[in-house]
Ligand binder design. Structure first.
Ligand code: GLC
Length: 742
């Protein structure tokens, strides 16, 4: 990309690249927006509020022509390339000007030869419409990009952004999964920067795979449109990215409890039995998920009346036990004249069409199905309104699936007509935002129809979907590799703005062993979303389906989760301002500790809890790395200094360390959020002095926006606790107990 200066008006720098105008604007003192004029034809789905543009100052420097905010600068060099600079005009990130290596093309003969033994060979990437590369320095690490497979540091890997439903066991050679979040952060020796490529066409990231000294971004359509954020560390970059694309909203408290799911609980009696078993085995649980079998022939917004004689009564009884129902809703609408959702959508022209204007049909669970065109506002509103049916039955949350969109009869052709807002566009252009627009429709519908904070969970999404939905990582398997991968996947989702995320605890496909399940509960306990889910035809996976020991271990971590709810909720509250996730890699908290840049098997919950789960079979001790400071073992209260330690981790122990100088807020053990009044808070004190800010509200609606919440500032020193109310708008705890852990 060779650029020439064209114009500058104090705010917008215009550059020319062949016959295209590229604009550079500062959206804050540390963030630039660099985009082609053509991007105006491709409105963003991630950025809903346009940021204000601030002034740039122009100057000359030996390196070239400089446009500076005072904190960061864009420098156009003599050779027509650019670099992004810091306050002292040191290079943060330079456009890569060397020759790029592309993938070697294979001849047809070789394709055939490989295919004869069943090797899946990849087709060549299509020619890129958009392409840009940046130089990498030797020790740069790369994070983010959603829940792509593999490890925490994405450097050296290659990924595709094309929402893909592939249920085979996903390993680190998988390039695409269900989500497309084209945001990455580069951690350097002493600072960090982020790049968000806001283009929802299929795109490719080569993160130093073919050439160690650069990373490249290519897209098959759309326009060059990216943001550059500079920060002292990853936290500063993530805050800016989420300022732009939105924060994870405060969820209802019960959604942070335990969820039980399975494909599928077919009968009303089975749902009741699951709830009864939860209570019989003394297991906390706040939600049961109803997979596709509750519907009538997989028709969305219907309920099977043969298998469910009285869903309203069952859901009401469940609620009385403190358990809510969440139902799945897929986008595919069954082709079936006489079925109201199909008839109405068809009459209104709300389904995608082929290029000849005929409703486009493919197959999903219900057989022949049509695809609501969620890019259009009226379609989203119509879809949102359908949820009244579920709310009337007593449903408390909605699970959106198959919204890549999935299709059983080959992929949707590129030219199927989907709208981009009010203009007709194509599947090629709109594929990656289909799940985003579906979950937005669901969120907005639920918000309009009920007073509560909507609970939506989706499989497919795009950057910015965190404003509307929680996510799960899709169809994993009950294999150790997937338990291991769960940690970097969830951590990178958190580093991509998705603070509310989970994996199918125990694994979806394949059969879990008792040991794997026990270890997965230990990770699930600390994952933002804690849901056990498994596939039709696999071994039953509820905690009581194994042996007594497995059940006891599951119970121990489910109960611990409920004790930690106030701490987790506090982190969600803080995340609304900071954009930081509750579950985070150590590198987010300790970016300049070289030991943690590749820590794949440990993570933190907020600032104060370090979790080092065992994710290998047959292991009863764990090598744990503790960053600077003093740490206290949660179980033994033994003190540990920074560095490596081998700690005991028999099957019932997940090593957990609390940072000395912490106050850990807890609730007494409870079996359901809803069943217990929050009248007692326990403060566990670790170390001699500590401070903590605690948030409390009614945990379900938007009253907090009108000030109906409490903010407690706790300070512990010299054996005494001092409480200062920073805000008082909700009923206070009747009792606050202190437990000093030494
Ligand atoms: C998909 C989902 C899975 C669900 C199944 C049936 O595979 O990823 O979670 O159970 O469809 O609805």
């Amino acid at each position: 990309m060779t650029l020439k200066h064209q114009a500058f008006n104090g705010k917008i720098l215009e550059l020319k690249r062949n016959d295209e105008i590229i604009k550079v604007e500062a959206i804050s003192s540390t963030a630039l927006h660099i985009y082609s004029e053509k991007a105006e034809n491709f409105p963003s789905y991630a950025v809903e509020v346009q940021p204000e543009i601030i002034d740039l100052t122009e100057s000359e420097d030996k390196q070239g022509r400089l446009y500076h905010t005072g904190q960061i600068g864009f420098c156009l060099r003599e050779d027509g390339s650019f670099v992004l600079m810091d306050a002292g005009n040191q290079v943060i990130c330079a456009q890569y000007t060397g020759a790029r290596k592309h993938k070697d093309a294979l001849s047809d003969d070789f394709f055939k030869l490989l295919a004869s033994e069943g090797h899946a060979t990849e087709a060549e990437a299509k020619k890129a419409e958009v392409e840009i590369a940046f130089a990498l320095e030797e020790n740069d690490c790369i994070y983010g990009l959603g829940d792509k497979t593999g490890f925490l540091n994405k450097r050296g890997y290659e990924y595709e952004m094309w929402n893909t439903d592939d249920p085979s066991p996903q390993m680190d050679n998988f390039k695409a999964l269900y989500k497309s979040i084209p945001f990455m952060m580069v951690l350097k020796e002493n600072m960090a920067y982020g790049l968000f490529f806001d283009n929802h066409y299929k795109s490719y990231f080569d993160l130093g795979k073919r050439q160690a000294d650069c990373f490249a971004y290519e897209a098959e359509g759309g326009a060059l449109d990216f943001y550059f954020f500079a920060g002292q560390d990853l936290k500063e970059v993530l805050k800016q990215y989420t300022d732009l694309t939105g924060k994870t909203p405060l969820p209802q408290l019960w959604t942070l409890g335990y969820h039980q799911s399975r494909w599928g609980y077919r009968l009303e009696s089975e749902i009741r039995e699951i709830a009864e078993n939860m209570r019989k085995h003394d297991l906390p649980c706040d939600a049961i998920h109803l997979d596709i079998d509750y519907m009538e022939g997989y028709r969305v917004f219907t309920w099977n009346e043969k298998r469910y004689q009285d869903p309203e009564k069952t859901l009401k009884d469940l609620k009385e036990m403190g358990i809510k129902a969440i139902t799945i809703i897929d986008p595919g609408v069954k082709v079936d004249a006489g079925y109201q959702v199909y008839d109405e959508g068809l009459a209104k022209g709300y389904f995608a069409t082929d290029k000849n204007n005929l409703t486009y049909v493919n197959q999903v669970w219900p057989g022949d199905s049509v695809y609501p065109d969620f890019g259009r506002r009226q379609v989203r509103q119509w879809w949102g309104d359908q949820h009244q049916f579920l709310l009337n039955k007593g449903v408390a949350g909605v699970w959106n699936d198959m919204n890549e969109p999935a299709s059983f009869q080959g992929p949707l052709p590129d030219d199927v007509v989907f709208y981009d807002g009010e203009k007709p566009s194509t599947h090629k252009a709109m594929h990656n935002v289909y799940g985003h627009n579906m979950s937005k429709a669901t969120f907005e519908g639920l918000k309009k129809l009920s007073k509560e904070r909507p609970f939506v969970i989706t499989r497919a999404c795009y950057a910015g979907s965190q404003k509307y939905t929680t996510v799960w990582t899709g169809d994993n398997h009950s294999i150790w590799a997937h338990l291991q991968m769960a940690i970097p996947q969830l951590c990178n989702l958190g580093l991509s703005g998705f603070g509310f995320a989970g994996t199918d605890v125990g694994g979806f496909g394949s059969d879990a062993t008792p040991e794997l399940l026990a270890r997965w509960y230990q990770v699930g306990c600390f994952s933002p979303l804690f849901r056990n889910h498994s596939a039709l035809g696999t071994r039953d996976q509820e905690p009581w389906q194994f042996d007594q020991r497995t059940l006891d271990i599951a119970r121990k971590y489910m109960k611990l989760r409920y004790e930690l709810l106030p701490y987790i909720y506090d982190n969600f509250y803080q995340g609304m301002q900071s954009g930081l996730p509750v579950m985070r890699p150590l590198v987010l908290n300790y970016p300049f500790d070289q030991e943690v840049r590749e820590k794949n098997d440990q993570f933190m919950l907020g600032e104060n809890i370090l979790v080092a789960p065992v994710v290998e079979q047959g292991v009863s001790r764990k090598l744990v790395y503790l960053p600077e400071g003093e740490w206290i073992c949660y179980w033994s209260h033994k003190k540990y200094g920074a560095g490596y330690h081998i700690v005991p981790a028999p099957l019932d122990i997940c090593p957990i360390f609390i940072k000395s100088g912490s106050i850990l807020p807890k609730y007494p053990v409870r079996l359901s959020v809803d069943k217990h009044k929050d009248d007692c808070l326990i403060l566990e004190i670790y170390g001699d002095q500590a401070e903590y800010l605690h948030y409390q509200d009614n945990g379900c609606d938007y009253a907090y926006e009108k000030g109906e919440y409490n903010l407690y500032h706790f300070r512990y020193a010299e054996g005494k606790l001092i409480t200062e109310m920073k805000q008082q708008g909700y009923k206070k705890y009747q009792d606050i107990k202190i437990e000093v852990k030494r």
